[in-house]
Write a protein that binds this ligand. Structure first.
Ligand SMILES: [Fe+2]
Length: 300
């Protein structure tokens, strides 16, 4: 069965078109949000994504809330972080800033394909806190979709899980610093919960799409490579088609979203035009980290 037919089959047999609800908190001020920091953290740990509504946060307020969370979760952005760490953690986003790009995709088409964030780092990004400062289009447009990779891992059989745990892939995608190829474990353990997380890049924009390199410390055979490709195709089909695992963030201006980027696959949908969608992000790393890349396989 080729990849196209596989997607079609899943689409046709879908029975429960029911997405998951993103946990939502309504706070009317930054003080109220900071007073509820324990609740925010509990939900962040449980679901991997949550959104705050009811107040438009300035960047300063956003950073102060991130620091309060970071003090408890041991993030690099925390009360005693220096100004350079804070400044370098803030970035603009929104995927609507490029005037030269055509904005012709519909709300059901992908502007940014499914991916898991920057798997190539030895000390990967842990979280994103996205403050939607401008959202000038319909709520149905420009959704960000999320799927929890702890749940994705559990969707495989025990035998398949054991295969995936022993798998190392070779792949390449443009990193901010240098090129690959990278050799990464398909399954990693979550730094806080210790649960297995499937972390294999699925973005079609890869220079080299991930392929099985080693299994159980030995060079992969052709048969094992084919088996991995089948599991990988299923992962992509599940991300695209299984609505029961999907969270869809229907943005409104002022939304402040917390996402665990170690754990959540995500994608951005179209339907909006140039300049209609802009956020201020804070990207979180561990307290102690560097920008080393997985240029060598982690053989056990
Ligand atoms: Fe991303």
């Amino acid at each position: 069965m080729n990849r196209e037919n596989y997607y079609q089959t899943i689409e046709d047999t879908k029975t429960t078109p029911m997405e998951k609800d993103i946990p939502t908190y309504y706070f009317s001020s930054i003080q109220e949000a900071i007073a509820s920091v324990d609740q925010i953290i509990e939900t962040f740990k449980k679901n991997g994504v949550l959104v705050l509504k009811g107040h438009s946060y300035t960047t300063e307020e956003q950073v102060s809330l991130v620091k309060a969370v970071g003090d408890i979760l041991n993030w690099n952005v925390c009360s005693d972080a220096n100004q350079e760490t804070i400044d370098s953690s803030i970035y603009p986003g929104g995927h609507s800033e490029d005037e030269t790009r055509p904005y012709n995709l519909t709300k059901d088409e992908y502007v940014l394909d499914w991916h898991i964030e920057q798997v190539y780092y030895l000390h990967p990004i842990l979280a994103g806190i996205w403050n939607m400062t401008k959202f000038d289009t319909d709520k149905e447009n420009g959704n960000t979709r999320f799927v929890d990779s702890i749940e994705l891992f559990k969707s495989y059989s025990e035998e398949e899980q054991n295969f995936l745990i022993k798998s190392i892939v070779k792949w390449d995608k443009q990193s901010p610093l240098e090129t690959g190829p990278y050799y990464t474990n398909v399954v990693d353990l979550h730094p806080v919960s210790g649960e297995p997380v499937l972390r294999v890049e699925t973005d079609q924009g890869c220079i080299l799409y991930p392929e099985l390199y080693a299994l159980d410390g030995k060079e992969a055979t052709e048969e094992q490579k084919i088996k991995f490709k089948d599991l990988q195709d299923r992962l992509k089909a599940t991300l695209r088609n299984d609505e029961s695992l999907r969270y869809s963030q229907k943005w409104e201006q002022g939304d402040l979203l917390f996402v665990d980027l170690f754990r959540m696959y995500h994608a951005v949908m179209g339907g909006y035009n140039f300049g209609e969608r802009a956020f201020t992000g804070v990207g979180i790393r561990p307290k102690v980290y560097d920008y080393s890349l997985h240029k060598e396989p982690r053989l056990v």
